[in-house]
Structures are given as structure tokens and as C-alpha cells.
Design a protein around this ligand. Sequence first.
Ligand SMILES: [Zn+2]
Ligand SMILES: [Zn+2]
Length: 253
Amino acid sequence: MNRLISFFFLIFILAVSFGCKKDSKRRIEKFHRQDVGYSAFGILSDKDYKSLTVEIIFMTGFKPTDLAIDNLKQLISAQCNKPDGVRFIFREISPQVKSSYSIDDVVSIENEYREEFTYRKDLAICFLFLDGPSSENQGSSMVLGQAYYNTSMVIYEKSLKDNSGGFGEPELYKLETTVINHEFGHILGLVNNGTEMYHPHQDAANGSHCINSDCLMYWEAETGSLFSNLIGNSPIPTFDSNCLKDLKEKGGR
Ligand SMILES: [Zn+2]
Ligand SMILES: [Zn+2]
């Protein structure tokens, strides 16, 4: 008898889940519309998600360099427990040739072009690479990248290209690596924004950043101050021991 009930219950569940298929896209989108840091545990740990999909959406002419993508891959494999692997998907879109992009512009581009969403044991994250600067730039104070939802990041690639490669300027891949990895650090909940601090090290005056000026999560790492910091043989910043400890405690490697 109990088995019969279970059988009908299963049929009922199947019927309901087919009926709800239309709702599933909405649910999926809802998953990707949480605050920055919300999915830190999901990305770091293998408990809920065994693999990661990284969707790179770039406007024609603004694809990030292979070196920067390799550096992101290295960072992910160093910090994230993903036994079923990490998949990168590249999607080229037409430039919109705007003089600047607000976060609302960025969100509508993501809404239009993003195709990879979290499904079962695979968590999806997304980077946009744009052909123009942020509308939040003010004179020499520049925003080079932003993490704006739990799985969404934007890189103002034109600003990186315009300020690299020339005399007295850093190499492009170094700028890209710093900004890409910094925004990914925010998605991982740093600093104290979804991932708890093991030792106190938040530069609260500058938001979710690290007090260590040599750390990748120092606030200047996503601003124009970066240009002079990366010239010549200056190393690309990495997570300091406090940030690494936080990630490990949150389920990372
Ligand atoms: Zn930041
Ligand atoms: Zn740090």
C-alpha cells in the first residue's frame, strides 16, 4: 500500500514538474539575481555544486587576452573545489558603441545575451567585457570593473586597453588579470561580504576591501590607481593570507 502511495506521489511530482517547466527559467534567473557574495560557498565548495561554468561575453574587439583567462583559470583551480571541472564558454556580441555604460545598461546587456545559468550540480558565473568606460568614472578616478550580482561581473575592457601597452603604461594582461581576479574575489564574498572574516582585515571605509595595500582585494585594484602600480616588473597582486584564510574557511581549497 505504501509503495502504491509512493508511486502515485512520484507521478504527481512528475506532473507538477512538467507543468512548472515554464517557471523554471524564472527560477533560474532568480538564482542569479542575489547580492554579491551570496554564492560564495556554492562557488568555493563542492557540497552543492560539483562543476563551474564561466561564460565570457565580449563585444567584438574587446575579448580579454588568453594570458588573463589562463590566470583566471589558475585562480579558480587554486581556490575552488570543483571535482567535475571548470568549463569556459566565449560569446561574442556586437559593440554598442556607447560613450559610457551604467550598471542598468550592464544588467540589460546581461539579460539579453547571457545563456549559461546554474543547473543541477553546475554553477554558472558570467563576465561581460564592454567597448566603453563606466558611467561612474569621474575625471581621473576610474571604475575598471564591478561585481554586481552573485554570479555577474563586468569589466570595462576599453578603459583597460586605453591605459595599457604604451610608454609608461602596464601590459594589458596584467591590468586584466588584476581587475578580473579582483571582481571574482568579490563574487567569492571578499571582504566580509558573504564570506566571514577569520581575522579582521576589512577596510570598511572603502567597502568590501582588504586593509593590505599589497592584496588583490585592496580597493585600488579596480580603480585607475592600478595603472601606475603595475608598470614594468611590478607583480600582479594576489590574495594575501587573510583573504586566503577566509576562502578556505568558506569551503575553498
Ligand atoms: Zn573591489
Ligand atoms: Zn586581503
